[in-house]
Write a protein that binds this ligand. Sequence first.
Ligand SMILES: NC(=O)c1ccc[n+]([C@@H]2O[C@H](COP(=O)([O-])OP(=O)(O)OC[C@H]3O[C@@H](n4cnc5c(N)ncnc54)[C@H](O)[C@@H]3O)[C@@H](O)[C@H]2O)c1
Length: 248
Amino acid sequence: MRLQNKIAVVTGGATGIGAATAMMYAREGAKVVIADVNESDGTATVQSIEEKGGTAKFVRTDVSQEPDVAALVEAVQESFGRLDVLVTCAGILLGAAIRIDQFEADAWDKVIRVNLRGTFLCTKHAVPLMEKSGGGVIVLIASGAGVTGPSASVAYGASKGGVRGLGFTLKHQVDPLNIRVHVVCPGNLNTPLKLRAIAEIAERGGESPEAAVAAARSSLFSPEVVAKALTDLASDAGANAEDLVFTK
Ligand SMILES: NC(=O)c1ccc[n+]([C@@H]2O[C@H](COP(=O)([O-])OP(=O)(O)OC[C@H]3O[C@@H](n4cnc5c(N)ncnc54)[C@H](O)[C@@H]3O)[C@@H](O)[C@H]2O)c1
């Protein structure tokens, strides 16, 4: 077991990459806290971990709200007394295939608040507890979108480029605290976020969303592929990994 007795927080752990990662971390011996706004899927993921003999806890958290994030880290401290791994997986994609001159400022703000401000807040509040724990690993989930190329959504691409940018400075600041930082850019995965974006693009192009989703499914990868990479990064093996990691 590569994460035996590690305490890990996975934001956005109710579904998709976050859920797959929470389950894999628990199988590797970590105690996992799932922080998400989706209470029903979040508690279902916890239940599935517990049924397999693992330890997990759901803390309802809107990552864009600082009091929620502060309460999350307090709950981790109270329950487990330390924090070894933070994975910031919570994310949304709005406004796929909408040209910038039609893009609603409200949609822009929502995406930036969850994807960029949420990543900042979770990291801000996790660092002091990790420092007290003697160090740890922070994995920021970005994307190829906004880091190496375009996105279907101007706000989404900008937010992920921002996450990558945050990683540069964060790494420099927390390196003396024995905290490792990796920024991970997943590819195209079969998750609710991706399927919703594919459906939206099809609908805006006058095509059938159901047909577009069905056609895309075979080319999308399973979130377990990313969960595996995130498990390597959280383990001792991650010490040799690059700061910027691309996965399927
Ligand atoms: N699916 C892909 O192809 C892909 C590619 C690159 C990057 N990503 C990134 O991976 C991460 C996980 O996405 P996914 O594809 O697994 O999709 P997903 O929709 O399954 O997961 C996103 C999770 O974030 C949660 N969330 C949304 N708003 C939140 C908030 N305010 N506070 C807390 N939780 C919130 C959702 O409830 C959900 O559980 C995202 O950051 C996404 O941008 C996904």
